[in-house]
Design a protein around this ligand. Sequence first.
Ligand code: ZN
Length: 183
Amino acid sequence: MAFREFERLSPNRDAAAHERLGALFHHSELGFAETVARMLDPESRVSYHCLIDLDGTRCALVPDAQVAWHAGVSRFLGRDRCNDFLLGVAFAGDTYRAPLSVQQIASALEWLEPRWAQFGWGIGRIADHRQVSPGRKRDLNPAEWDGLIGAIAAHFGRGAPRDRVSGLKSSPRSRRKNHPQFP
Ligand SMILES: [Zn+2]
């Protein structure tokens, strides 16, 4: 499959180098077109790296190498400020009102594919906004998160970094793939 992707660069970004240690998923609440318009409005001061429509079409809003403004106060992998190190991907719509579409999940896998390989991600490098900003944000709907992370695990395997992040004893295989910046 290959979903359409087009670029609309958001002014809401920092040129600071992004660490690209993983991905953080959101839902945008608004529809696709309204969300793109909001990301292009400097007044909103919000952006994602990528927004995924119901039919799987993706809008690239911020280059991966730059910092988008999607997470706010947040913590993951033992660090604050997820914007510095997690790429932000949003599904158009509200996952409490309607489930993710089959195309949205497939498009997210397609988006993840080159990055997973290039940056050495594992399942433990993927989160949603609800998990990194507990009590403050509720996206995604936990049932939709379960579906998404299940699809990611089925597609990519679990990868190594989760062992490190969760403190589980790592296998020789995962030790080889560990990223030393996470004690
Ligand atoms: Zn969010």
